[in-house]
Design a protein around this ligand. Structure first.
Ligand code: HEM
Length: 119
Protein backbone atom coordinates (compact mmCIF):
# COMPACT_ATOMS: atom_id res chain seq x y z
CA UNK A 1 0.00 0.00 0.00
CA UNK A 2 2.93 2.34 0.68
CA UNK A 3 4.14 1.71 -2.86
CA UNK A 4 0.76 2.57 -4.32
CA UNK A 5 0.70 5.69 -2.12
CA UNK A 6 4.13 6.91 -3.22
CA UNK A 7 3.49 6.02 -6.89
CA UNK A 8 0.16 7.85 -6.90
CA UNK A 9 1.49 11.11 -5.45
CA UNK A 10 4.61 11.06 -7.65
CA UNK A 11 2.23 10.61 -10.62
CA UNK A 12 0.19 13.57 -9.31
CA UNK A 13 3.29 15.81 -9.29
CA UNK A 14 4.08 14.79 -12.88
CA UNK A 15 0.50 15.43 -14.04
CA UNK A 16 0.52 18.77 -12.21
CA UNK A 17 3.72 19.76 -14.06
CA UNK A 18 2.06 18.79 -17.37
CA UNK A 19 -1.05 20.87 -16.55
CA UNK A 20 1.15 23.89 -15.82
CA UNK A 21 3.30 23.51 -18.93
CA UNK A 22 0.25 23.07 -21.20
CA UNK A 23 -1.38 26.10 -19.58
CA UNK A 24 1.79 28.15 -20.13
CA UNK A 25 1.71 27.18 -23.83
CA UNK A 26 -1.90 28.45 -24.01
CA UNK A 27 -3.30 24.93 -24.49
CA UNK A 28 -6.19 25.30 -22.07
CA UNK A 29 -8.08 22.30 -23.43
CA UNK A 30 -5.07 20.01 -22.97
CA UNK A 31 -4.55 21.40 -19.47
CA UNK A 32 -8.21 20.69 -18.59
CA UNK A 33 -8.03 17.10 -19.84
CA UNK A 34 -4.80 16.48 -17.92
CA UNK A 35 -6.47 18.01 -14.86
CA UNK A 36 -9.28 15.42 -15.19
CA UNK A 37 -6.68 12.63 -15.14
CA UNK A 38 -5.05 14.31 -12.13
CA UNK A 39 -8.43 14.24 -10.36
CA UNK A 40 -8.71 10.49 -10.92
CA UNK A 41 -5.23 10.15 -9.46
CA UNK A 42 -6.40 11.98 -6.30
CA UNK A 43 -8.70 9.00 -5.74
CA UNK A 44 -5.69 6.67 -5.74
CA UNK A 45 -3.85 8.93 -3.27
CA UNK A 46 -6.94 9.07 -1.03
CA UNK A 47 -7.54 5.31 -1.24
CA UNK A 48 -3.92 4.38 -0.48
CA UNK A 49 -3.55 7.09 2.18
CA UNK A 50 -6.86 6.03 3.73
CA UNK A 51 -5.74 2.38 3.89
CA UNK A 52 -2.41 3.39 5.44
CA UNK A 53 -4.35 5.46 7.94
CA UNK A 54 -6.53 2.46 8.83
CA UNK A 55 -3.33 0.49 9.56
CA UNK A 56 -1.44 3.20 11.45
CA UNK A 57 -4.13 5.34 13.12
CA UNK A 58 -3.22 3.89 16.51
CA UNK A 59 0.29 5.36 16.18
CA UNK A 60 -0.93 8.69 17.51
CA UNK A 61 -1.44 12.34 16.61
CA UNK A 62 1.40 12.56 14.06
CA UNK A 63 -0.50 10.23 11.73
CA UNK A 64 -3.53 12.52 11.94
CA UNK A 65 -1.34 15.54 11.15
CA UNK A 66 0.11 13.57 8.21
CA UNK A 67 -3.40 12.81 6.94
CA UNK A 68 -4.40 16.48 7.20
CA UNK A 69 -1.20 17.60 5.45
CA UNK A 70 -1.95 15.11 2.64
CA UNK A 71 -5.51 16.40 2.23
CA UNK A 72 -4.22 19.99 2.32
CA UNK A 73 -1.65 19.12 -0.39
CA UNK A 74 -4.40 17.75 -2.65
CA UNK A 75 -6.72 20.72 -2.09
CA UNK A 76 -3.97 23.29 -2.75
CA UNK A 77 -2.66 21.42 -5.81
CA UNK A 78 -6.19 21.38 -7.27
CA UNK A 79 -6.63 25.11 -6.67
CA UNK A 80 -3.13 25.97 -7.95
CA UNK A 81 -3.70 23.98 -11.16
CA UNK A 82 -7.15 25.43 -11.88
CA UNK A 83 -6.06 29.02 -11.17
CA UNK A 84 -2.97 28.54 -13.35
CA UNK A 85 -4.84 27.35 -16.44
CA UNK A 86 -7.48 30.02 -15.93
CA UNK A 87 -4.62 32.57 -15.80
CA UNK A 88 -5.70 33.83 -12.39
CA UNK A 89 -3.32 34.57 -9.49
CA UNK A 90 -2.22 31.22 -8.05
CA UNK A 91 0.75 32.17 -5.86
CA UNK A 92 -1.06 31.74 -2.54
CA UNK A 93 -2.07 28.19 -3.56
CA UNK A 94 1.44 27.26 -4.72
CA UNK A 95 2.80 28.47 -1.38
CA UNK A 96 0.28 26.34 0.51
CA UNK A 97 1.03 23.38 -1.75
CA UNK A 98 4.76 23.55 -1.02
CA UNK A 99 4.18 23.84 2.74
CA UNK A 100 1.65 20.98 2.79
CA UNK A 101 3.85 18.67 0.69
CA UNK A 102 6.89 19.49 2.84
CA UNK A 103 4.97 18.55 6.00
CA UNK A 104 3.63 15.34 4.37
CA UNK A 105 7.10 14.29 3.16
CA UNK A 106 8.90 15.11 6.40
CA UNK A 107 6.31 13.31 8.55
CA UNK A 108 5.78 10.45 6.10
CA UNK A 109 9.42 9.61 5.49
CA UNK A 110 11.04 10.99 8.62
CA UNK A 111 8.78 10.41 11.59
CA UNK A 112 6.03 7.91 10.92
CA UNK A 113 6.38 4.14 11.26
CA UNK A 114 6.26 3.50 7.51
CA UNK A 115 9.16 5.89 6.95
CA UNK A 116 12.13 4.62 4.95
CA UNK A 117 14.60 7.23 6.21
CA UNK A 118 16.66 6.59 9.36
CA UNK A 119 15.26 8.04 12.56
C1 HEM B 1 0.49 14.95 -2.21
C2 HEM B 1 0.01 14.37 -1.15
C3 HEM B 1 0.78 13.39 -0.28
C4 HEM B 1 2.14 13.18 -0.10
C5 HEM B 1 3.30 13.92 -0.75
C6 HEM B 1 2.28 12.10 0.86
C7 HEM B 1 3.49 11.57 1.31
C8 HEM B 1 3.62 10.45 2.11
C9 HEM B 1 4.87 9.81 2.46
C10 HEM B 1 6.24 10.27 2.02
C11 HEM B 1 4.58 8.74 3.26
C12 HEM B 1 5.56 7.75 3.86
C13 HEM B 1 5.62 6.53 2.95
C14 HEM B 1 6.72 5.56 3.33
O1 HEM B 1 7.67 5.94 4.00
O2 HEM B 1 6.65 4.41 2.91
C15 HEM B 1 3.16 8.71 3.44
C16 HEM B 1 2.47 7.82 4.24
C17 HEM B 1 1.15 7.99 4.63
N1 HEM B 1 0.24 8.86 4.05
FE1 HEM B 1 0.62 10.21 2.63
N2 HEM B 1 1.03 11.68 1.25
C18 HEM B 1 0.09 12.45 0.58
C19 HEM B 1 -1.30 12.36 0.69
C20 HEM B 1 -1.95 11.64 1.68
C21 HEM B 1 -3.37 11.67 1.94
C22 HEM B 1 -4.39 12.49 1.15
C23 HEM B 1 -3.60 10.86 3.01
C24 HEM B 1 -4.88 10.55 3.72
C25 HEM B 1 -6.03 10.34 3.13
C26 HEM B 1 -2.34 10.30 3.43
C27 HEM B 1 -2.14 9.43 4.49
C28 HEM B 1 -0.96 8.75 4.75
C29 HEM B 1 -0.80 7.79 5.83
C30 HEM B 1 -1.85 7.41 6.87
C31 HEM B 1 0.53 7.31 5.75
C32 HEM B 1 1.20 6.27 6.66
C33 HEM B 1 2.01 7.00 7.72
C34 HEM B 1 2.81 6.02 8.52
O3 HEM B 1 2.28 5.48 9.46
O4 HEM B 1 3.98 5.85 8.21
N3 HEM B 1 -1.34 10.80 2.59
N4 HEM B 1 2.59 9.76 2.71
Amino acid sequence: MAHLHITSWVLAFILLAIVVSLAKKGNEKGAKITQMILRLDYLLILYSGGSLFASYASYGPLVIIKLLAGLWAIASMEMAAVKTYKHKPAGIWWTQFIIAVAIALILGFGFLPMGILPR
